[in-house]
Design a protein around this ligand. Sequence first.
Ligand code: ATP
Ligand code: MG
Length: 846
Amino acid sequence: TPMAVAAERGLTPLVGRDEELAQLEASFRRLTGNRAQVVAVVGEAGLGKSRLLYEFRRRLDGECVSFFEGRCSSLGQAVPYFPFITMLKLHFGLVPGDSVEAACGKVATKLGDWSAEKAEREYPALSRLLGLRSASAGEPAPEELKRETFDAVARLLLGQSQQAPVVVMLEDLHWIDDASRELLETLVARIASAPVMVVVTHRPDDRAAWRTRAALTQLVLRRLPDEDVRAMLHAVAGGPLPGELERLLVDKAEGSPFCVEEITRSLIEEGYLVANGGGRKLTRPVDEIRIPGTVQEVIAARLDRLGPPAKRVAQVAAVIGRQFHRDQLARVLDGEGIDLERELAELESRGIFHRKSLLASDEYRFGESLTQEVAYEGLLLKQRRQLHERVALVLEAEPGEAGPERSALLAHHYARSDNRAKALAALLRAAEDAEDLPSYRTAVDFYRRLWELAEADGDDPTARRAALAATSGLARLSVVFGWPPLEEAERAARRARELAEALGDTEILSGVLYFLGVITMLGEDFERGLALAEQGVAVAQRAGNKLAVMRLSRGLAVNYAIDGRFELARRAMKWVMDELEPTEHRARLSDLYVSVRWVRDNVLYLCDDLDEALASVVETHAMALSAPNRTVQAGSAGTISQILFLRGEYAEALRWADECLEGNEAIGNVSGFTAPAAVALAARVTLGLAADTERYLELIEQGLASGRTVQANFRFVADAYLGLGDAERAERFVEALRARPNSSGRLREAYLETAVGEVMLGLGRPEEAERPFTRALALAETIGARSTLAEAALGAAQVAAARGDAQTSARQLERALAIAREMRLGHYLARAARLGAGGEEAAGQA
Ligand SMILES: Nc1ncnc2c1ncn2[C@@H]1O[C@H](COP(=O)(O)OP(=O)(O)OP(=O)(O)O)[C@@H](O)[C@H]1O
Ligand SMILES: [Mg+2]
């Protein structure tokens, strides 16, 4: 690590920080309780975060601990999984210049002990993360790959932790990329009961502040007290300073160790401060010396003191990034007549550059990230743009695997250069690679830049193609993953439609119409949206693009079901299944096949064909297990759990819900937490089993907060809250439901009204339950949603009873019972029994 390299050159002896170190150590000791520890060290630039981690690691010298260290960087923000890539490279001992074979060999050797599962899962997932292999045909879909990656990293850490406690240090989280943040969150959840300590550092910055369920300790680094600053001053200067100067410096440094070191060193470098016996003396009066006031000024002054060639080298290096290779520098500086070896030696001796390690001599990095920032800022815009292009050209010419890391870097540099054509191509490539990885947020960022840049070029045909790719990408990502937000997606989709029509690209047009349709449905206008989506399918059909028709119809079918057009939904799914069955997709249980099957089962479930849905989804689950496709495995377990819950088979429902939850947690599918957590919690309460209530509640809320991609995942949330008797939460839930813009689709609305009614009843406010139940009854009747009709009728019966209207109450109850008996809805039969009327008989049925 940089700190370790600095240490070889001599660190200022440590002052203070006893308490912080003690806290870190105490946290580490708590690992023996098999409870993961998460510590965030927070402090301004230069306050000593990295140093604290370094000292902590040294304190554990000689103990049996596995360390994993990774760091984020400002440039790395554009590279999905950057800190984890650095961490794994370090762990596997990969160095730049390793051939792909050599690198693969190292990964394989280190993973050692090849169980079949390791070989199958971890090895490809990790190698892919490290850019050692790229996606090939027959590999799982991106979403699945992401999940495998998350899982592989988690297993790696968990595996190590079985031998010895693990300490994961991730530095500079203020620069973390979104994919890594998601992975980190998933990891923290996965390691909760393993001896793993995660220590992160970041500057105080909202983006980095990060919530986790695991016990999170925050260590806020304070500025050093004056006496510690004085001790540091003496150590750096090599003896006591004249009193007046010392007071001035203590004042200027404001307790920042970085400032203490830098200001003092600059005084020595400038020749203002010289040895005088055991102490130091000034060569000029204090008031003639300009002492920089901020960290940035200190650094800028230092760079200015370098000779022009050395300063140039530092600035060019700053464009390349925090780390760079000597050959890259040489190529970018080619022809400028700079004696690179000499300047590198100079920069190194002044501590501006460090070698990455004393042995590997060609890799350098800025000793301090701020130095890189200041050197970069010192360049004129025009120079920067030229340099970025040169750096990109050099990087592009380098041998080695293409991959998301490389395409992100190229996009970063070209986008900041004047080379428009290259910038468009590089941004598109980077967006596609990020989408494949997948890292949606990163992909969205690239598409946004691409769109902006492409539109600036007006009518140029290449630019229009690029704009089409960007806008259709944004629309697609929003529909599939819920990001970017709807308004932006709608703007993008409209523009994409325009462009696709103008360019006569029917393939893209069909998708875009479909996405625009879904976006419109999610917005206000379900009818118009559905029509647009249908138009999309029709375009694909006319173009003879069967695969597109299948994909789009699958999505359309779910929306039909959500709108209560059950017949249409069933027919659409049947058509897709019939098309797929005779193909090789069926034979090899491709992702498309198992996921289509699961969607079909879900549609059957939404249509209330419970028997057929259950029989089929159990089979789908088995197929997903053998495929393997963990997304569908978890998803189908969830569908099973919901059906069994309705049937009143709570113990089995609980088992399946827990499997679904575990799967979704492992793969980081947050929006899939809500339904199984609600079912599991409600089932446990009904069965009188102990529950880790907090955990389930947190999962329900995480899922609800995660967005809108999930059509009806709130169905059993009211059951869970009311089962617990948590009135406050139930009420908040109802308020949030009412505020949801995407309450469209008649089935979803019926679910929603029923949920509101249930909560109002549970809160003892039957008068407020009447309207929602009446609406739910009307909706459910119109579309023929029978299980919802049963539930709403039960609710209406209760409302009527509370009003003293025994006749209506009896009638509604009879209606509910009839449906519940026929569909064997044990959950509602039991409730009817509790209501009294029809009691004995209903209880017997349940
Ligand atoms: N308590 C201390 N005693 C002596 N020297 C220290 C102390 N804390 C930090 N330093 C020194 O101050 C310098 C800056 O510290 P460090 O690099 O740890 O800061 P940082 O908080 O990690 O900054 P950044 O946010 O820029 O990464 C280093 O040279 C470090 O050795
Ligand atoms: Mg640091």
